[in-house]
Design a binder for this molecule. Structure first.
Ligand code: ADP
Length: 326
């Protein structure tokens, strides 16, 4: 029998579509197991300040389809200090909170690990980030929605590019990770994809663009914002223009639309499964772990391993872009 009676849930760091579905799953699972469930507003900031309230089944009604997070999210520098974490712990005691569910990314899990080592409070994490950059889950909550937003946008860009014989350089999110770029690149039929994990060979890019010129009126290059070599879409466009002054080249930076919108069915189901598993995990005595799906199976991974995302890109997927860009 678990001694946990009261749990709290919060969203932290970068927001992602599907966080609401995750909150709903955590709250309802807690209630299902006769726990008292509290919500913490604005992540660690709300924890430090005691912005905490009781939730019921109704407080998460009609949110599964909504983007953003009803608990809102924040970055909190105070929580990075020992004193800040002590304040947060004092607030949790004030509200009799025995255990936490954090929905966030690697920063939020790093903070959770520190908190556990100092205060020994059970915390289980749900991967909530559009970047898909955590180990221990095949997909993070928000990634599928984000790439679907990207391919919708690129499909529209393709229509206008095709009408004008243009090359479009499209910048997508991913400061350290090219996973949004790669998957949306394949899904939208991009002629090339540039990612931070792999040194960009601009000569190869030029060859690819030239090669596909015969067959296509439009060409699309997807660039992850963190591509170090190329340095983002504007820089790539300039380099291509230097080499091919006659090409009509345009840049589109998709920006924050990638974080918003109604979550896809895949993200809603993922969030629901992981939310249930997180609460059940806490009741089984788990702490300091992230719950994910690996090959379709619910899997717990220690925070310190989950945050060491592999930083690798599947070369077979890049080859698919190459083969299909003829
Ligand atoms: P994400 O979870 O999306 O990666 P951040 O990196 O912004 O987002 O982290 C979210 C919050 O987690 C930070 O604002 C901070 O409060 C907390 N945090 C991150 N790293 C640490 C750390 N090393 N020690 C303590 N808290 C941390």
């Amino acid at each position: 029998m678990s001694t946990i009676k009261n749990i709290a849930v919060f969203t932290s760091g970068g927001d992602a579509p599907g966080m609401n579905a995750a909150i709903r799953a955590v709250v309802r699972t807690g209630l299902y197991y006769d726990l008292k469930v509290l919500g913490i507003n604005r992540g660690y900031d709300g924890m430090v300040k005691g912005d905490i309230f009781e939730m019921d089944a109704k407080s998460v009604a009609n949110i599964i389809q909504r983007g953003g997070t009803i608990l809102r999210t924040a970055r909190c520098d105070e929580f990075r200090t020992v004193e800040g974490r002590q304040k947060a712990y004092d607030q949790l005691k004030r509200f009799n909170i025995d255990a936490l569910v954090v929905i966030g990314g690697d920063g939020s899990f790093t903070g959770a690990d520190r908190f556990i080592s100092e205060h020994n409070i059970p915390i289980v994490g749900l991967p909530g980030t559009i970047d898909n950059d955590l180990a221990g889950t095949d997909f993070t909550i928000g990634y599928d929605t984000a790439i679907n937003t990207v391919i919708d946008a690129v499909d529209k860009i393709r229509d206008t590019a095709e009408s004008h014989n243009r090359i479009f350089i499209v910048e997508v999110m991913g400061r350290d990770s090219g996973l949004i770029a790669l998957r949306s690149g394949i899904g939208s039929g991009a002629e090339a994809v540039l990612v931070p994990e792999i040194k960009t060979d601009l000569n190869m890019l030029m060859e690819r663009l030239d090669r596909s010129r015969k067959n296509k009126a439009s060409r699309i290059v997807i660039v992850a914002e963190g591509d170090e070599e190329a340095g983002g879409a504007l820089e790539v466009a300039e380099r291509v223009k230097e080499k091919f002054p006659n090409y009509d080249i345009r840049v589109s930076v998709l920006g924050h639309i990638q974080r918003g919108g109604s979550p896809s069915c895949m993200d809603r189901v993922l969030a629901s499964r992981l939310g249930v598993a997180a609460v059940e995990g806490l009741l089984e005595g788990r702490m300091g772990e992230m719950v994910g799906l690996v090959n379709g199976i619910v899997t717990f991974t220690p925070f310190y391993k989950a945050i060491k995302h592999l930083g690798t890109i599947n070369p077979n997927l890049l080859k698919i872009v190459d083969i299909l860009s003829l």
